[in-house]
Each structure stands twice: as C-alpha cells, then as structure tokens.
Design a protein around this ligand. Structure first.
Ligand code: FES
Ligand code: FE2
Length: 457
C-alpha cells in the first residue's frame, strides 16, 4: 500500500493506533526515512573508541554506519560504505582500523574522517573523471554529529533541532547517569549483550513505561524469585529486583510518568539502591560522591530514583543501574537490542559489579525477566498479523494527561500517556515528508556532470 499523508494521519487516534504500524513493511520503510532519516539517533559512547583508529560499527535505522576516532582526536560518524563498488568497509562491532580505512575488496584507502586517501595503480584513472577530492570518492559523513557528555548521536538530516533541544527533558537522565561518577564521566565496560526480538521496534518502547504488564507478564519470574528467597531465608538484591515486578497495582499507580516532545520520557520510582543509603556498596559510593560534590549534592544525585528513560528512536538509558538498552530496528518484525553497561569513572568497583548484576538479571539473553517480555512482544506481533481486529488500545487515562513544565505528566502511574506521546511523535515525523536526508549539493552531481563546479565544499 502507498501512504498519503491523509492515510498516515488516520492511523493514529488520540486513544488508539492502527495495527498496521507494527506489521506493514511499507510503513516500516517510511519510518526508516522519516524517523531514522531525520531524528538524532544514539550511535554509541565515545569511550567505545578511545584510541586513534578505534571504530564501532552499528546502524541508524536501515543504514550501516561507523563511529571512529580520527587523528584530530575527534569522533566521526560515517556511512559504512566504500565509494568504489559500495562494499561495507568494516564489519559490525568494534575494532581498530589503524591510521586509515582500507577496503578489503580493491584496497582503496580513506582517512579516518572519510576523505579519499589512495587507490592502487593510479595510472588506470588517468584521463577519466576520477577525482580523489570529489565527495563521490570519499566515505560520506552523516549530516550532523553531536556528543552530549560522551554520548554520541548522529542525524541524517542537515537541519533540525540541536541535540540538547531534541533530548529536552530527558537530558537530566544522561546528566544523572554521568553525575553518579565523582569525576562526571562514564565508560562502556564489561562487553555488551545482544538480543534479537521477533517484533516491531515500537513494541519495546511502549513496554518500557507499561506498568500494567509488570505483575501479569512477570508472574513467572517474580514467583520464582520469591520461592528462591524463601528457600534461602533472605532476599539478596538479585532476587529483590525480580520481586519488584510483583508489586500490586496500587504500587504502580503511584509512579510518575513524564513525557516530552519527540516521544521521549522517563519514569520516576520503583527501586533505588542509592536512596536507602544503607548497604555497603551504596555507602562507599556515597562517600566518594560526597568528597567530590558535598553532602547535599551527593544525596541528590543518588536520590534521583529514575527507572527506564526513553530516548525515542535510540533506546533506553537506566540511570540507577547504569545501562543503555540500544534499540535497533532490523525489519518490520525484527528488532535488535544491544545492552551496554557503564562503569562510573572514579566510583568503587562494586558499583560497576552491581550494574553487571542488573544487566544479567534483567537485560541479558538469559534473564528470566526479559524472557517474559520477549514472549509477549512476539505475541503482539503475531496477534496483530491476524484478521482479528484493526486497532490497538491506548485508552488508559486518555484525556487526563497533565501539561507540566516542558512536557506532560500522567495522572496515574498506570496511564498509557507514554504510548500516546510516542505515537504523537510518530505521526509528526511520518507526516513531515517534505524533508530530505540527502545532501543536495552532492546528490545533484551525476557521473556525466563531474567537473570543477560540481565539487561540494
Ligand atoms: S569496493 Fe572498496 S575498493 Fe573496491
Ligand atoms: Fe517487562
């Protein structure tokens, strides 16, 4: 089906959404252009590329990209494509390219900022339109790249809001994650987990603030945790985290859900080992923060009890346990989740170990908790592919969302405000079809036009 703006607008109502947004490959393809081709998307953390030539190859929407540390010490984000025959230059994941990229197909080389460096047997290009200085023979940089406290984002669109304005109210989550370090810096450490989900990418974003599912979907894991704790005669933190999902509805109703422009948001509450300030790990953490920031600020930093934050299109940082679940759409019914864990520089190693524990218990492929969710994401995908109905419901507390400073807040922690907010953003992106992601100056140069006047600056 081809989609006019009018048809797209009809897919999202104030309190429901048409199921085709999860299942139609044509809409998915439009999303790759109109959302992932426009928005600021998290590429990676600059600690993943600390040294000259270090790279981290990943995806922005359906585009293979590579983040790399160049000789000027800056981080660049390039399309992962050799301009000769188009080969993907480096494989997915992290590595070191050395002082330059060298294509494994015919050995064209490129500076780490993407500029063309050399091609073997140059004589073969004499008398042709080949021009090493022309952008058509370089690796192309993404239109915009910005970093916020080491978190590198890129946008394929030449125009649009600055990164910090785009992030809006969720900047405070990145700040709190970094401020938990006594030197204000974090680094990706301990490797990453990857989980391939057989569901549409938007299902995961909806679930991140879906408090109504916790005591239902996670019954299998919190009941097992409680049984285990009873056997042990105590409830260690690992089990306590799993047990939390079994809180009654009255607990979830009290949580605060915050929603911001572009589909972002965060949830206050649930569980914060820092707030109690009683266990040995937290006390040691507090002490280094107190030394660095003073008692009042140290308490405020550790007291910020924020559960999942949503950076729509990028993923979900978790400040209290220092994780980032990076969400990468792979197909209309496939989504790759990469779970990054952060070490707080200067904080006790036990804090990092606690982050690794949380990643194992909640986010790893072998987590009992994640398995609960992944099963339901798959069921949503399959159910929405049947002819059993057209719409999915976002009615909970619809019409009761409150406008607050710079965003919206739910009247009840079980509200479906976050989902309504995400689809409001989705609709705005998807209707903005008059934007372009392609740098015009370069695109206008066909092979026949190559000449001095066609060299983009
Ligand atoms: S495809 Fe890269 S050098 Fe030929
Ligand atoms: Fe869940």
């Amino acid at each position: 089906m081809s989609y006019t703006n009018e048809r797209i607008a009809q897919l999202v109502r104030a309190d429901s959404v048409h199921k085709s947004v999860y299942t139609d490959p044509a809409l998915y393809q439009l999303e790759m252009d109109r959302i992932y081709g426009q928005a600021w998307i998290y590429v990676g953390h600059d600690s993943q590329v600390p040294n000259l030539g270090d790279y981290h190859a990943t995806r922005i929407g359906d585009q293979d990209v590579v983040m790399v540390r160049a000789s000027d010490k800056k981080v660049y984000v390039l399309y992962n494509r050799c301009p000769h025959k188009g080969a993907k230059l480096v494989p997915d994941g992290c590595g070191n390219a050395g002082k330059f990229f060298r294509c494994p197909y015919h050995a064209w080389t490129f500076k780490l900022d993407g500029a063309h460096l050399s091609a073997p047997m140059k004589g073969g290009y004499e008398g042709t339109a080949f021009d090493a200085k022309h952008p058509d023979f370089a690796m192309r940089q993404l239109a915009r790249v910005e970093s916020y406290r080491g978190f590198v984002f890129a946008s394929q669109a030449p125009g649009g809001p600055e990164l910090v304005d785009f992030l809006g109210g969720v900047v405070s989550s990145i700040d709190n994650l970094c401020d938990r370090s006594p030197v204000g810096e974090v680094e990706v450490a301990g490797g990453v987990f990857r989980v391939m989900q057989t569901s549409n990418w938007k299902v995961f974003y909806e679930n991140l603030h879906d408090t109504m599912h916790a005591p239902v979907t996670h019954e299998s894991s919190f009941v097992a945790a409680r049984e285990q704790a009873a056997e042990m005669g105590e409830m260690p933190l690992e089990l306590h985290i799993m047990d939390g999902n079994g809180e009654p509805y009255s607990f979830w109703e009290k949580l605060e859900l915050h929603a911001y422009e572009h589909g972002h948001g965060y949830m206050e509450g649930i569980f914060n080992p820092g707030a109690a300030n009683t266990d040995a790990v937290t006390r040691a953490h507090y002490e280094v923060l107190e030394k660095a920031y003073g008692a009042e600020r140290a308490s405020a930093i550790l007291g910020q009890n924020r559960h999942n934050t949503i950076i729509y299109g990028s993923g979900s940082p978790h400040t209290v346990f220092q994780q980032f679940r990076v969400i990468r759409p792979m197909a209309v019914d496939r989504t790759l989740i990469e779970i990054q864990t952060f070490r707080l520089k200067g904080a006790p190693e036990a804090v990092f170990k606690r982050s690794l524990m949380y990643a194992n218990v909640i986010n790893s492929p072998s987590s009992n908790v994640m398995a609960d969710d992944v099963e339901l994401y798959d069921r949503c995908q399959k159910g929405n592919q049947t002819r059993g109905g057209e719409w999915t419901s976002l009615h909970r507390y619809a019409g009761q969302d409150r406008v607050v400073d710079g965003g919206m807040q739910s009247t009840n922690g079980t509200s479906e405000l976050p989902m309504r907010n995400q689809f409001k953003a989705w609709k705005t992106y998807m209707l903005a079809s008059n934007r372009t992601t392609i740098p015009i100056a370069v695109e206008a140069c066909s092979a026949a036009q190559l000449g001095d006047d066609c060299h983009a600056a």
